[in-house]
Design a protein around this ligand. Structure first.
Ligand SMILES: Nc1ncnc2c1ncn2[C@@H]1O[C@H](COP(=O)(O)OP(=O)(O)OP(=O)(O)O)[C@@H](O)[C@H]1O
Length: 769
């Protein structure tokens, strides 16, 4: 349906005399540059500063002017696509979101305007855009259209194009209008096919905004003190005095600054009919879960401040101010958006929280963009496909015995392996790492004993732990356990059940250096032996495959899954026990001069009902996060920012700089911070900064805002201990041995176990094993 709509549209952008007009290239280059500049300016922290107003307006102006300018000179498909992508990035969509929309044929503004609000919402849903991003997409599209119209009406006054001029605020007439970009690039509302360049006649369809009741503005001449009241549109104080510059609508009681009046649009009142429609929609589209799911209900503004505060659509009844629960029921995202301007219900708005100036953030260091690039679990089709591939490979390489053992040509394998692990990391690499080992603060990845890498027995020690890839049997039915940011974990058999992690080494562009880099990563595992650390069994480097074999955690389940997926509440003794084991394992790593750097509940595997093992340590590097290159931002796992120590959040640059990032300040203290987050998760079943967007979290961390501590039932000393793990100053955090000591020393509360008076059907933690 979408396809046919867009296909029926007229040419969106002007192509007139594009090739003949000298200077066009210049205009285009300038305009694209302009857009790029605008995009750079959108670093979120700038938008959240007190100078927000000016910045945001400038950016907005620049973008629209540039886009409009370009439509005058004719654009190629590729250029249209680029502008579209720049716009979406500006709005806050990820590359993945943009790709999805492009696949849905939203490749330029014309296509974007051709879909209705409802269609756009459903596209967003299909692309799994999160609530906040969807809201931004929908709102920004309305703004874009408004600007387009405004620009058009301005230019049409100078150079009137055929057809009617357009209002500044898009509203739908009862007849329904076809909206399109006209041949001269301006956005028009054309009725039916009366315009020569318009689309074929279309049935009337609902446009985005369906409400057009004028306000009855009134300016009082009396002295008025507005107290804390804010403008309903811009959310800034109204001010006071005799000739105060604000007005009130007699009908809906909205109060807005006089200068904001024109931007509000004809959106007065919320009639009972609107309410009925709204609640019908709520019932139909809400799936019942909206109100319960804390993630999906927009929280208070201070908690859920969008990255980009769209100036035209600051009105949002869901963004209540001081409490996390909106005074009126929060609308599901789509509805809230589609009726944003129409549902200007006379609600009492108070001053909304605006982030204070981000001066804590170094001026040179704008808030970086985190692109969530999540690992996943394989689908059934993928498992089938993978199984097939394994069988094919097996039959090519050797005979598949009845038990599934792959018998490879051993000699060749041995030869290959010898070639592969002939060399340890270069002296240069070792020096580089050892140099940093002294200061603690400047460790990069991990430091180790020289003799293990380059000493006389180094090669022998590497040989001892090398495993011929072909001697590993992969589980044919269900080979993939899961995928992470840096590779894939497969189930296999190597003299027992094993987990094989195959690493992605693409971030090292120089192929000849991959083996060396990989060995540096593996060396962290190679030197560890601890009951609560995933047991390293060996590594392989064969045919461009880099992998590590480790003991298979029996549950194949992480603490994350237990807490957030199965939602198993952990009792206090279990929490304590697990917390102690994590501390012991990480503390052990620290004594070996290995920093975990990525301690998260996902990297803590449940071995049995009373044992966890930690994994994925020493692997994370900024170079890995910067891959793929050329894209904006860091490619991190979901919730990475939640665990990031404040000093790391502050040190995170907007772009990867090989030299600076080498000294990215991971420390023992940053591991302690992350431990605090995991502990908090176990106690509360929530992530720290749950429900907040990565950039908000980074910003809060940079400002020393700690996660909200709900009412946890545990000893006061332990609560204090937990909070001290989050101290902004790294040196104020306790050490892991301190934590272990306290966890052991604080007496356990004697609990009286009463059996409930009703039958309970609860899955116990133990039942997972
Ligand atoms: N030794 C192991 N035994 C059993 N399962 C494991 C083992 N190591 C990892 N897994 C599982 O394999 C999956 C992928 O793990 P991996 O460490 O690659 O990514 P992740 O931690 O889930 O994601 P991210 O890259 O975001 O950290 C996870 O579900 C994890 O629980």
């Amino acid at each position: 349906m979408l396809k046919s709509q867009t296909a029926a549209r007229p040419i969106s952008y002007s192509q007139e005399s594009a090739s003949t007009n000298l200077g066009i290239i210049d205009v285009k280059t300038k305009a694209v540059q302009n857009l790029r500049d605008a995009l750079k300016l959108t670093t979120i922290n700038r938008l959240l500063t007190t100078s927000y107003d000016e910045d945001a307006k400038n950016i907005e102006r620049k973008i629209f002017a540039a886009v409009y300018q370009m439509t005058k000179v004719g654009l190629m498909e590729r250029e249209k696509r680029e502008i579209n992508a720049i716009w979406f990035t500006f709005v806050g969509l990820s590359a993945q979101n943009i790709r999805h929309l492009e696949l849905c044929k939203i490749t330029d503004f014309n296509a974007l305007f051709a879909v209705t609000n409802l269609e756009l919402r459903s596209l967003a849903d299909r692309g799994r855009l999160d609530v906040e991003t969807k809201r931004k997409l929908l709102q920004s599209t309305v703004i874009l259209q408004n600007h387009w119209n405004a620009l058009h009406s301005r230019t049409s006054a100078e150079d009137p194009p055929p057809g009617p001029s357009t209002p500044a605020i898009v509203t739908t007439s009862p007849q329904g209008y076809n909206r399109s970009l006209t041949a001269n690039g301006s956005k028009m509302i054309t009725q039916s096919n009366s315009m020569s360049f318009a689309a074929a006649p279309k049935s009337p369809k609902a446009a985005r905004l369906v409400h057009a009741i004028p306000h009855k503005w009134h300016r009082s001449t009396k002295f008025r003190f507005s107290g804390d009241a804010v403008c309903h549109f811009c959310q800034r104080p109204l001010g006071f005095g005799f000739l105060n510059a604000w007005e009130k609508c007699r009908s809906c009681k909205w109060k807005v600054h006089t200068q904001c009046k024109s931007r509000v649009g004809d959106s007065c009142g919320l009639t009972p009919e609107h309410l009925r429609v709204l609640f019908d929609k709520l019932v139909q589209e809400n799936n019942g879960g909206m109100w319960k799911d804390p993630q999906s209900v927009p929280g208070s503004r201070s908690m859920n401040e969008p990255a980009f505060q769209f100036p035209d659509t600051a009105i949002d009844s869901s963004s209540s101010t001081n409490s996390s629960a909106p005074s009126t029921p929060a609308l599901p995202a789509g509805i809230a958006t589609s009726v944003t301007t129409s549902l200007t219900a006379p609600y009492r708005s108070e001053r909304k929280f605006l982030f204070p100036d981000t001066e804590n953030y170094p001026a040179h260091n704008r808030l970086p963009i985190l692109v969530i690039s999540e690992g996943d679990h394989p689908t059934t089709t993928e498992i089938e496909q993978e199984t097939e591939n394994h069988l094919k490979t097996a039959s090519m390489m050797g005979t598949v015995e009845s038990e599934g053992t792959i018998v490879a040509v051993q000699e060749e394998v041995v030869e290959h392996q010898e070639m592969d692990h002939e060399e340890g990391p270069s002296q240069e690499a070792v020096d580089k790492f050892n140099k940093r080992a002294d200061g603690g603060f400047t460790w990069e990845r991990h430091a180790w004993n020289m003799s293990t890498i380059r000493g006389p027995n180094a090669q022998a020690s590497w040989n001892e732990v090398s495993i011929a890839f072909d001697t590993i049997e992969f589980d044919k039915q269900n080979p993939i356990i899961g995928r992470g940011r840096f590779g894939e974990v497969q189930r296999g058999f190597h003299y027992g059940d094993v987990a094989v992690k195959i690493y992605n080494m693409e971030h090292v562009s120089d192929h000849s250096k991959r083996a060396e880099e990989f060995k540096l990563e593996v060396s962290a595992y190679k030197n560890t032996r601890h009951d609560n650390i995933a047991l390293f069994l060996g590594y392989f480097m064969t045919d461009g495959k880099y992998g590590m074999v480790m003991s298979l955690s029996r549950g194949s389940q992480s603490l994350y899954t237990l807490i957030h997926v199965i939602r198993e509440p952990l009792d206090l003794p279990t929490t304590r026990m697990i917390a102690r084991q994590i501390c012991q394992a990480v503390s052990y790593l620290h004594t070996k001069k290995i920093l975990h750097k990525d301690l998260r509940s996902k990297n803590i595997l449940l071995e049995s009902k009373n044992k966890v093992v930690i994994t994925d340590f020493g692997i994370l590097s900024m170079k890995r996060l910067a891959y793929p290159k050329g894209k904006l931002g860091w490619h991190t796992s979901r919730f990475w920012a939640n665990y990031l120590a404040p000093e790391l959040a502050m040190a995170l640059r907007t772009e990867f700089d090989e030299h600076e990032s080498e000294d990215f300040p991971f420390t023992e203290a940053s591991d302690v911070y992350a431990f605090g987050c995991v502990w908090f998760e176990m106690l509360t079943g929530l992530l720290s900064y749950e429900g907040e967007l990565p950039h908000q979290i980074l910003l809060k961390k940079s400002q020393g805002v700690k996660p909200v501590l709900p009412n946890i039932k545990c000893a006061q000393e332990l609560k204090e201990l937990l909070i001290s793990c989050w101290s902004t100053a790294p040196h104020e955090r306790p050490t892991l041995p301190d934590i272990i000591a306290k966890l052991t020393a604080v007496p356990k509360k004697q609990r009286v176990n009463r059996s409930p008076s009703f039958p309970v059907m609860m899955k116990s933690y133990e039942s997972n094993f």
